[in-house]
Design a protein around this ligand. Structure first.
Ligand code: PEP
Ligand code: MG
Length: 577
């Protein structure tokens, strides 16, 4: 008898294979009190932390080679946990108080963990699993246990209570047919790794461990979240058909990689990649990104004690521009504020940092930083050469036309000082504050483009903190009134003959992307891994079908959920085939 279960879709794809059930990474009872002197225990502690750090740096290298740079960074971050001086200090203090090194490590990690779990955010809570992963490695090293996990002998669906990132990374990808876990979240690093490795995954699937025994057949659908334990002949046939469809889809998407984004009837939609660091560029090119609609330059400024010099910034910007010959590259000026503080910017503490001195507001208060950045961008354009991508500059968190005018004045002054013409440089505004969306006509009159930042726009429209998982369900870009507002922004842009893009996470969801194209959006910039799916979906839909579907959703849907159903129903053939 088959058992059908339902979990959360975490990585697309379908698989049917025997289950390989991983035991939870349990630790034995730990010695509570030290067997040696505090000095000896502290020496054991230090060497275990050092070995854990070395192992994790090695794992980072392996994962970078198999999954990619960004995925490798997960383990670099784990290595940083192991190397954290505050953690070592806490553990050493407990040892001085009579604890064993093992108990001291567990308690020190636990005090870090409490902070993460208390945050209420699904994203941060998912980081607690990362911390546990590092803690278990250090404890195993102290106990003299092996830190190498169990590995199936043949291709299997890995079944577990929750997979740690290092369990996922230490199983060779060619024996992982799929992953199913009883708990966990789609934003966990194990799920991120599964997506990067192209392995289907379902998480948060209650009843899984009770139903699945080692060796029984298990079918998973990483798009719907469906899991079938011991599937019958019909269920087997269905999942095999899904797997074949997925394979065909993957091949089709790869074939379009170098084709421009367009709808089935030839309407052009630029599909660009969001870039947060130089490391993101190879994957953006690999995914077929047509330039970048959002280079988040703040990554150059964070994690350092002094501002980057004009020369340092110039060489970073040149490298990005040269990576996208023939395409536009939109550099967003510094978007930091009290929530992402910079050590070299003095600031008053803010009660509500999301409503405080961030984005262009900070740049206008700190003309020294702003002018250096604009100078570096203009110099980079001169230095990158004619073959490089085209420079565009975009101001974040603009809320009034006066701010845009002031930012443009500063740019003109810097260009005059540098004797660099601005004719070939597009200047745009992020529309991510309700007042900017309402005042889009005024902004468009003084800009070359508008780019809608749906992440912040939703945060401010719905008053939902984007970092707080407890309220995440409230903000939905497909709410009919949000779609209506986006439609007005697009119309305002087009009335002033400027192009309108979307660069929030929403642009990477094929259903939302189709709706945005239906509303007239000209460019979509997204997480680079989303580009092939969005490109594939748009190539199967006509512009008119998108338009008709989204206008129907705006006119008739009661809420975002219903709007999604309407869009999916009306665009079904294109979105699913
Ligand atoms: C946005 O707000 O939608 C956006 C793209 O910018 P960020 O996520 O960097 O705030
Ligand atoms: Mg934003």
């Amino acid at each position: 008898m088959s058992t059908r279960l339902s979990g959360r879709a975490a990585a697309p794809g379908a698989a049917l294979a025997p289950a390989f059930v991983l035991a939870p990474p349990a630790l034995p009872d730990l010695p509570e009190t030290a067997s040696g002197t505090p000095e000896e225990e502290i020496w054991r502690l230090r060497s275990a932390l050092e070995r854990a750090e070395a192992e994790l740096r090695q794992l980072a290298e392996t994962v970078t080679a198999t999954a990619g740079e960004e995925e490798g960074e997960i383990f670099e971050a784990h290595a940083e946990f192991a190397a954290d001086p505050e953690l070592e200090r806490l553990a050493a203090e407990a040892i001085e108080g009579g604890s064993s090194a093992e108990r001291a490590v567990v308690d020190a990690f636990d005090s870090f963990r409490v902070l993460l779990v208390a945050s209420d955010s699904e994203y941060l809570a998912a980081r607690a699993a990362d911390l546990d992963d590092v803690r278990d490695r250090v404890v195993k090293l102290l106990l003299g246990w092996s830190t190498v996990g169990e590995v199936p002998g043949s291709r299997s669906v890995i079944v577990a209570h929750e997979l740690t990132p290092s369990q996922t990374a230490s199983i060779p990808v060619d024996v992982i047919a799929g992953i199913a876990t009883e708990t966990g979240s789609p934003t966990s690093h194990a799920a991120i790794l599964a997506r990067a490795l192209g392995v289907p995954a379902v998480v948060a699937c209650p009843g899984l461990l009770e139903a699945a025994r080692a060796g029984v057949g298990i079918a998973i659908d990483g798009r719907s979240g469906e899991v079938v334990v011991e599937p019958g002949p019909d269920e087997r046939a269905a999942i095999q058909q899904r797997a074949a469809e997925e394979e065909r889809r993957r091949e089709e998407l790869a074939a379009f990689r170098d084709e421009p984004g367009r709808t089935a009837d030839g309407h052009r939609v630029e599909l660009a990649a969001n870039i947060g660091s130089i490391d993101h560029i190879p994957a953006a090119l690999e995914a077929g990104g047509e330039g970048s609609g959002l280079v988040r330059t703040e990554f150059l400024f964070l994690d350092r004690t002094t501002a980057p010099t004009v020369e340092e910034q110039t060489s970073f910007y040149v490298e990005v521009l040269r990576s996208f010959p023939g395409h536009r590259v939109v550099f967003r000026t510094l978007d930091v504020g009290a929530d992402k503080p910079l050590p070299f910017v003095e600031r008053e503490p803010e009660e509500n940092p999301a409503l405080g001195l961030r984005g262009v507001r900070l740049s206008l208060r700190r003309p020294d930083l702003f002018r250096d950045q604009l100078r570096a961008l203009l110099r980079a354009r001169e230095a990158a050469g004619d073959e490089a991508g085209r420079l565009a500059i975009m101001f974040p968190l603009v809320s009034t036309a006066a701010e845009l005018a002031a930012a443009r004045d500063t740019l003109r002054e810097v260009a005059a000082e540098e004797r660099i013409g601005l004719d070939a440089v597009e200047v745009g505004v992020m529309v991510e504050v309700p007042s900017a969306a309402l005042g889009a006509s005024r902004l468009a009159a003084n800009a070359d483009f508008l780019s809608i930042g749906t992440n912040d726009l939703i945060q401010y429209l719905f008053a939902v903190d984007r970092l707080n998982g407890a309220v995440a369900d409230l903000g939905d870009v497909l709410e009919p009134d949000v779609l209506g507002l986006i439609q007005r922004v697009v119309e305002a842009g087009h009335a002033s003959r400027v192009w309108v893009g979307v660069c929030g996470e929403a642009a990477g969801d094929p259903t939302v992307a189709a709706a945005l194209v239906g509303l007239g959006v000209d460019e979509l910039s997204m997480t680079r891994t989303a580009i092939p799916e969005v490109k594939g979906a748009l190539r199967r839909l006509t512009r008119e079908a998108c338009r008709e579907a989204v206008l129907h959703a705006i006119a008739t849907a009661a809420d975002g959920g219903e709007a999604r159903r309407i869009l999916e129903e009306r665009l079904e053939a294109g979105l699913r085939s």
